[in-house]
Design a protein around this ligand. Structure first.
Ligand code: NAP
Length: 336
């Protein structure tokens, strides 16, 4: 260990710092820590843990001095690294260089400071949308670097892939327990329903507006044929809590539902329309891209640890998300 690293030998406290604590996944973790009712100890926070949730107002993690000030203030022992420049397919296509630069800077700063401050464990967030474009399915954790990502998000994808490279490098050189999760498309309460939003929140917002305005149809991009696996943000939160206590490998873990969780965009829209009470037609704009036609991710490794994990069904998660949106869309908590 480098001599300059923080000496924590007499420090037995557990201080868990969540970067990106105000985002979709960060808010789900806040819910899991404060409100989750479960008798399953694997998903419960442990007595004595101090949890802190950062927003960008606490400091810009792209800037090393700001990031260092955060670590000096909180001296975390565990870091859940969620902060990222995140966006849907069209935002990614328009701002490739920004997605690359911002995410490279954030990730490099956070991991080097986790090393400097002697953090015991780091769990960073990657994404299944960074996997190779041309590959065989289902895709698993070993195939992350096997070919270029899809053109539509190569800036974001290569920046995120470097997190995995960094985790292995810190493990190899310093014996660090820095690891990554690779979730499929996430949705849930507190999602971004505004500019650059992902498919589910964008659709929920559009369908709600159509219903309220008595519209007869809505437009959807692409053909509806692309297949996607959606995972509820609160499922991710429960798995992260388990990982903090039980998962020590630098090798990343795909967070995906079971095989039946893969549905077409058309099925997803039908579900959102049904739950929202919108009975109009969906018009498909086939001049717009579908993105990758499928990117089925294999959850076998996750299930080897948590074989009985009860994923939230898409209908249930969408219902809770729509209810949250309807209740909060006029409030300050909702990103519109
Ligand atoms: P999100 O809702 O967009 O939230 C992003 C978070 O990062 C916010 O808390 C934001 O703070 C913070 N942040 C952004 N730039 C920052 C900066 N320069 N300095 C400090 N904080 C900054 O993101 P999310 O959807 O929860 O995603 C969490 C993680 O999951 C990300 O790493 C993302 O790449 C990954 N992921 C997301 C999806 C998905 O479908 N959403 C899928 C797979 C993986 P403010 O609120 O203050 O702006």
């Amino acid at each position: 260990m480098a001599a300059s690293n923080l000496d924590r030998s007499a420090d037995t406290a557990v201080r868990i710092l969540v970067t990106g604590g105000s985002g979709l996944v960060g808010k789900a973790l806040q819910w899991a820590v404060a409100e989750l009712e479960t008798t399953d100890v694997r998903f419960q926070k442990r007595p004595g843990e101090e949890w802190s949730f950062l927003t960008s107002k606490d400091g810009d993690l792209r800037d090393l001095a700001s990031a260092r000030a955060i670590f000096e203030r909180w001296t975390p022992t565990v870091v859940i690294h969620l902060a990222a420049r995140v966006g849907g397919v069209f935002a990614n296509m328009a701002y490739q260089a920004d997605f690359l630069n911002d995410n490279l800077a954030i990730n490099q700063n956070v991991l080097r400071l986790c090393h400097e401050f002697n953090v015991d464990k780091v769990i960073s967030c990657l994404s299944t949308c960074i996997f190779p474009d041309k590959t065989t399915y289902p895709i698993n954790e070993t195939m992350l670097h096997d070919g270029p990502p899809h053109d539509s998000n190569f800036g974001y994808a290569y920046a995120k892939r470097m997190l995995d490279v960094a985790n292995r490098a810190y493990a190899s050189q310093h014996g660090r327990k820095f690891t990554g999760i690779i979730p499929t498309n996430i949705y849930g309460p507190y999602d971004n329903f505004g500019e650059g939003s992902h498919f589910v929140p964008a659709l929920i917002k559009r369908v709600q507006a159509a219903r309220e305005n008595g519209a007869e149809n809505i437009q959807a991009a692409g053909s509806g044929a692309a297949l996607r696996q959606f995972i509820y943000s609160r499922d991710i939160a429960r798995i992260i809590i388990w990982m903090i206590h039980e998962y020590d490998s630098a090798e990343p873990l795909i967070l995906a539902g079971d095989a039946d969780s893969e549905i077409s965009i058309r099925q997803a829209i039908d579900t959102i329309c049904k739950i929202s009470g919108f009975a109009g037609r969906v018009e498909w704009d086939t001049t717009k891209t579908d993105g990758q036609l499928r990117k089925t991710a294999d959850n076998a490794k996750l299930k080897s640890y948590l074989k009985d994990f009860d994923f939230t069904p898409f209908e249930t998660g969408v219902k809770e998300t729509v209810e949250w949106f309807v209740e909060n869309k006029d409030g300050s908590e909702c990103r519109l």
